[in-house]
Every structure is written in C-alpha cells, then in structure tokens.
Design a protein around this ligand. Structure first.
Ligand SMILES: [Zn+2]
Length: 107
C-alpha cells in the first residue's frame, strides 16, 4: 500500500502543474482534498476501534470495597463498570469521562 502510494505520488507530482494549468486547478486540489478527508475519516474510525480493544485481552472484574463510577462532564451521565477491559476511562459525548472512586458501605 505504501509502495502504491509512493508510485502514485511520483506520477502525480510532475503532472499536477500541467493538469492545473491546462484543465484548471480544481482538478488538482479536489482529489487532494478528497484524499485528506478520506485519510482523516479512516484515522478517526481507527482510533475508535483501537480505543474499544482490550490492552491484554482479559477484562478485569471490578470488585472489592471500592467501586469506580465514571461521570460525563458534558451531560452528567454516570456509568458503573462491572467489567473493565482497559485502564482508559470510557468516552461519552465525545469526551473522556471523569472517574470517581467510592467506598461501598457494608450493609
Ligand atoms: Zn455525555
């Protein structure tokens, strides 16, 4: 893929000024803009996929005298995780949730 991209760049780079002068610069900049938007979209989706994967593949059970509640700073939604697959805080409303550790009162 990287080699294909390099060959395409080597072919397109000398041809870009010729195409721009003869046919118009929109035929040069429109594909560049499309390629930038496509790569940005794929990178954004790749971050979401990597964010959801476990670090070691084994989720950790949240038990013991403490529990961690995550709160969204945007809409105040609270989440109690029973299984924690990653040490990162979950996301909500496009932001990382804020962790709050509570000590469970024995009943
Ligand atoms: Zn939220």
């Amino acid at each position: 893929m990287r080699r294909t991209r390099s060959v395409l760049l080597l072919v397109a780079l000398p041809a870009a000024p010729i195409v721009g002068i003869v046919f118009g610069w929109r035929y040069v900049f429109a594909p560049l803009l499309a390629a930038m938007l496509l790569s940005w979209s794929i990178a954004s989706l790749r971050v979401l996929v990597q964010d959801a994967q476990d670090d070691d593949g084994v989720p950790a059970v949240q038990d013991g005298p403490e529990r961690t509640v995550f709160r969204c700073p945007e809409c105040a939604t609270e989440v109690l995780l029973l299984y924690r697959g990653t040490p990162k805080a979950p996301s909500h409303c496009g932001q990382r949730m804020v962790a709050r550790t509570e000590i469970i009162r024995p009943t």
